[in-house]
Ligand binder design. Structure first.
Ligand code: ZN
Length: 224
């Protein structure tokens, strides 16, 4: 989806999400037939007809749609919210490398999944642990790179919270994500501190209260 978005830039790309159950297994790129494709999208009706016909014929299910925001955040615009029918279909919105999946329920966009976060969380702990067992000094670099990515994700949610279009559901979701990311960053801070002090990171953390990165530093990082 990210490569589709960069190919279509500065226009919005769009297409159909295919899969089974809640699992997206494929995307079907479609022509954006909207007369103002830099700021709007409309999936080529023929592509929709073909996808639904294929589904009826036993093919993959139409789980939702995707489109890109060439200049905005990966959150639903007012137009996106208005045109979402509340049928439970997934809306994937791409902005740069970020892809966020939303579900329209009662015309309220509820985030269902944040792809890059999920990948990050799935990857983080094992990679840090493997790195420690092979090369303790290289781990500092791995930890710093994870930390930067998490800080960047925190920025996304901080911006989203400040957006005038953010509704209560979005604000609550942002808080939850920010608390979770904050905890992950604190954990990485403690890994970093233990490696630097030469202690073993495989021993259980008994004192997570000593954070080598003061809150003030983190606030500066976030606001930059
Ligand atoms: Zn949009």
């Amino acid at each position: 989806m990210a490569s589709e978005a960069s190919r279509a830039h500065p226009h919005e790309c769009c297409g159909i999400l295919l899969g089974e159950g809640d699992r997206i297994t494929a995307i079907r790129p479609a022509r954006n037939v909207h007369p103002r494709p830099a700021t709007h999208f409309e999936i080529d009706p023929q592509a929709l007809i073909d996808a639904h016909r294929a589904e009826r014929g036993g093919g993959p299910k139409v789980l939702g749609y995707y489109h890109s925001h060439p200049t905005g955040l990966p959150e639903p615009s007012a137009t996106d919210k208005a045109s979402a029918s509340g049928d439970g279909r997934i809306w994937a919105i791409i902005s740069g490398d970020a892809v966020r999946l939303w579900r329209a329920e009662n015309r309220v966009a509820v985030i269902v999944y944040s792809l890059e976060d999920a990948l990050e969380v799935a990857r983080m702990s094992p990679e840090v642990m493997i790195s420690v067992s092979i090369d303790p000094t290289g781990t500092v670099e791995v930890v710093q790179s994870h930390r930067r990515q998490l800080i960047q994700t925190m920025r996304h949610f901080t911006h989203l919270k400040a957006s005038p279009s953010a509704d209560t559901a979005t604000l609550l979701m942002c808080d939850a994500e920010l608390f979770r990311l904050e905890a992950a960053i604190r954990w990485l801070d403690s890994v970093d501190a233990r490696i630097r002090s030469g202690a073993s990171v495989t021993s259980p953390a008994t004192s997570p209260t000593t954070s080598p990165t003061p809150e003030s530093t983190r606030s500066q990082e976030l606001s930059s």
